[in-house]
Write a protein that binds this ligand. Structure first.
Ligand code: LMR
Length: 327
């Protein structure tokens, strides 16, 4: 009888274990932007592909608009296992690595094609692994686009920014960039930007066309200078603990879906930037200022010394490779 009880117990345990292992792996994907952005669309596409191909095995749940975690918390939450994937702006990894700061250097990349060439080249690929010792895995780059400067007053030359308060992401390079034009940078989460602008607690901010449009910053910022002074791109990340816990075949399938979703996001990013800029112009809520080559040269001259300031942290070879990607 005792033997029988033991056999039944062991069978029940086995079945229980099977039932447990049959539950789909949950991937919570947390991000801070609207759904109608390159990152929002990429996350939705990733979920769709996983639903189609890995139904019952993996379930992706996307949380946009800082619903689950704001950008200053998401990486900590990831290391604690509370979220499995995110794609913070490259400017938000400073606590974990200094090397990714290369992407914040003002006027480094002439356009998104140059950013792409650098990211796909050897140095760019190596940087994907720069978070390894911190328990994070870089799974791929995702584009948003070039940043523009929005403000409560017209900004044409660096002197126009003197004394003005600008919200920045948590990056010392971005801080130095604004200090270089005697402005006052303030590190604040993305979720607070609209209210800070609306209440005039700050005078301006820097962001891409799609973020300025989807978060309605243009409704509370009468001027946007088309400065294209820097890049805002993302690193799609997971924790090493979660990523390596996936069975190898499954991990390959998830990575394939992710790569396809990233390619999709990257393909729509340029067109989104163009369309959202046009929508802002059409709204007549904000004036888009085009600066002359001479005016632009003044911004470059004022901000470029920041490169030298961070050369030691980033590595001269990395900066040189980024410059070389411009041709
Ligand atoms: C920002 O904080 O301005 C951006 O990082 C938001 C985003 O993720 O595009």
């Amino acid at each position: 009888m005792r033997l029988l009880t033991a056999a039944v117990t062991s069978l029940a345990l086995t079945l229980g274990a099977q039932a447990a292992s049959a539950a789909p792996v949950e991937i919570k994907f947390s991000h801070v932007v609207a759904e109608n952005t390159p990152k929002g669309q990429m996350a939705t596409k990733f979920k769709e592909l996983v639903d189609q191909r890995l139904a019952g095995k993996v379930e992706v749940k996307v949380y946009p608009n800082s619903q689950l975690f704001g950008d200053n918390k998401v990486l900590e939450a990831m290391l604690l296992g509370d979220v499995q994937m995110a794609a913070p702006a490259l400017s938000k990894f400073q606590k974990y690595t200094k090397q990714l700061q290369v992407y914040d250097l003002p006027f480094l990349f002439q356009d998104m094609a140059a950013v792409d060439r650098f990211q796909q080249g050897p140095q760019g690929q190596e940087l994907l692994g720069s978070l390894k010792t911190k328990g994070l895995v870089g799974l791929g780059y995702l584009h948003n686009g070039m940043k523009q400067l929005s403000a409560s007053d017209p900004l044409r030359v660096p002197a126009d920014a003197n004394g003005k308060k600008f919200r920045i992401m948590t990056s010392d390079v971005l801080q130095a960039q604004f200090e270089a034009v005697d402005a006052v940078p303030l590190k604040k989460p993305f979720s607070e930007v609209f209210t800070l602008l609306q209440t005039k607690a700050i005078d301006g901010q820097e962001n891409t066309w799609s973020n300025i449009y989807s978060k309605k910053f243009y409704e509370v910022q009468p001027y946007i200078t088309e400065s294209n002074h820097g890049v805002l791109d993302y690193l799609v990340v997971s924790s090493a603990e979660f990523w390596l816990s996936l069975d190898e075949d499954l991990r390959t399938e998830v990575k394939k879906a992710l790569d396809e979703a990233i390619a999709y996001g990257n393909n729509i990013a340029a067109e989104k930037a163009r369309a959202d800029k046009q929508a802002i112009i059409d709204s007549k809520r904000s004036e888009v200022i085009e600066i002359t080559a001479e005016e632009r040269a003044q911004w470059v001259e004022a901000m470029k010394p920041v490169w030298k300031q961070f050369e030691g942290d980033i590595g001269k070879d990395v900066i040189d490779a980024a410059v070389a990607a411009n041709q």
